[in-house]
Design a protein around this ligand. Structure first.
Ligand code: F0G
Length: 452
């Protein structure tokens, strides 16, 4: 083991990392130096596959992961690269990092009570450098872009992927092209991409249109695609789970709950859990619960159907949780594999359920963006239906920061949140609204208004 760790400080040259098609009938393999996003033979999704050093002890590895937290080394301080034995595909001396990861787990008693659980914990990925879990994957994705000598990177995005890619590309000195659905991403996210210097293209269409177009452009030009279809992104996102298990002293919870959009995170979590149980980092498999918004729930529909061989896209996805407003998720096959491997479930929610859950998470002093709040609302439903036991050990992943989408939050607390669904305007009620009070600039008036 010791030799394994020492050799991993600057290089992964002993690694046999390769790209492998996930389709059971294909399984074709390609060198990681090939710029591929899907299998050239059958168009299947690709995994980064590798054999992890056979002569290492899991216990030594766990100790080394922990020891690195106090190291001054930039690689060690990253909550992604701290776990680099499980990311053996790059030259570690050429990593692009912003000290991502290292996100906390919080107890959330009010949220637990709201969901009907004895206890509930949130792992807050919104406390990453650009405010979302995307940073865990972008450090690996952009590092791979640099390794391949790509001059420019690109993505379609509902806002967070683009913000993160723009920041990491800026760090690496790469040009960045961001394709977003016009007028459908929050200002917080748009402002980040602009500030980090990415070229922002507002597509007159939805996310799925942008995704299709950027894939075509990446095939036809030298743009390196950094959506979650890129398997190197998912390798970084695996560390959300690795770090979570470390924080749980390697005792797996019963349930891990996350929102589902393009389904990259679900896929990454499944791969992480599979590898960690296989290698012996954890001795039992937690169950995954993926939560979608009712107006953008193609994966829920797929999972509920008897024929899971083909996903039927939602043509015009609708939800105020714009991060997960996706009708044709690219990684659905990997996500399905993750749910099979973890005996997982999928739930879907109304806009009202998401909005109320967000206010409850706020009342715990935590806060998150709308898509993240789907976790709590989903847990509430799954407890009510008897799927999750009230005494279960549950960790939900908050994927984005509260400050990503202030208009939504203010809309909720001022009773001005509404969505158009099936041609009708649906009002989201501020059931837990905390309305601001306006008064004249006068102390007596303030005392009257506040009953002081
Ligand atoms: N939560 C947040 C805050 C997100 O930004 C996203 C996805 C998800 C959940 C869903 O994750 O796609 O891995 O299932 N945002 C992407 C983006 C699509 O472009 O920022 P997923």
């Amino acid at each position: 083991m010791t030799g394994f760790i020492e050799s991993s400080r600057t290089t992964s040259s002993e690694s046999d990392a390769r790209l492998r098609c996930i389709e059971p009938n294909c399984r074709a393999e390609f060198p990681i130096t090939n710029r591929l996003y899907s299998c050239p033979h059958c168009d299947g999704l690709l995994d980064v596959a590798y054999t992890i050093g056979s002569n290492y002890s899991v216990e030594d590895c766990k100790q080394e992961f922990c020891a690195r937290k106090t190291s001054p080394d930039a690689l060690d301080r990253s909550g992604v690269w701290r776990f680099r034995e499980l990311l053996p595909f790059v030259d570690f001396s050429k990593v692009v990092t912003l000290s991502e990861g290292n996100t906390p787990i919080y107890n959330a008693p009010r949220s637990a009570g709201y969901a009907g659980l004895d206890a509930l914990r949130f792992k807050h990925q919104g406390l990453n450098p650009t405010g979302s879990f995307k940073d865990n994957g972008m450090t690996t994705g952009v590092t791979q872009a640099v390794a391949l000598g790509a001059p420019a990177v690109a993505c379609a995005s509902t806002g967070n992927t683009s913000a993160s890619m723009a920041a990491y590309a800026a760090r690496a000195g790469l040009r960045a092209f961001v394709f977003i659905p016009a007028d459908q991403i929050s200002y917080g996210k748009l402002s980040q991409s602009l500030e980090y210097g990415a070229k922002v293209v507002e597509i007159e269409g939805n996310f799925d249109d942008a995704m299709r177009l950027v894939r075509e452009l990446a095939d036809e030009t030298d743009l390196y695609l950094l959506n979650s279809i890129n398997p190197f992104r998912l390798e970084g996102q695996k560390t959300i789970i690795i770090e979570m298990m470390e924080q749980c002293e390697w005792q797996a919870p019963d349930w891990i709950v996350l929102p589902g959009g393009n389904l990259g995170n679900t896929s990454a979590f499944g791969k992480a859990l599979h590898e960690m149980t296989k290698l012996g980092f954890i001795d039992r498999m937690p169950r995954l619960a993926v939560i979608q918004a009712e107006g953008a729930a193609p994966f829920y529909e797929l999972f509920a159907s008897t024929d899971r061989s083909q996903l039927h896209p939602v043509a015009t996805p609708q939800t105020l949780a714009t991060a997960i407003r996706i009708g044709n998720p690219v990684s659905w096959k990997k996500a399905l594999r993750a749910l099979h491997c973890t005996n997982g479930v999928v739930e879907r929610l109304t806009e009202q359920e998401i909005a109320d859950a967000k206010a409850i998470i706020g009342a715990d002093g935590i806060g998150c963006e709308p898509a993240s709040a789907a976790t709590l609302a989903g847990i509430k439903r799954l407890v009510a239906s008897g799927t999750i036991d009230p005494s279960a050990n549950v960790i939900a992943v908050l994927t984005g920061n509260l400050l990503k989408d202030p208009s939504y939050t203010i809309g909720y607390h001022t009773d001005e949140l509404a969505i158009e669904q099936h041609g009708a305007q649906i009002q989201v009620k501020g059931n837990f609204a905390n309305r601001p009070i306006r008064t004249p600039a006068n102390k007596d008036e303030i005392r009257r208004a506040l009953a002081l």
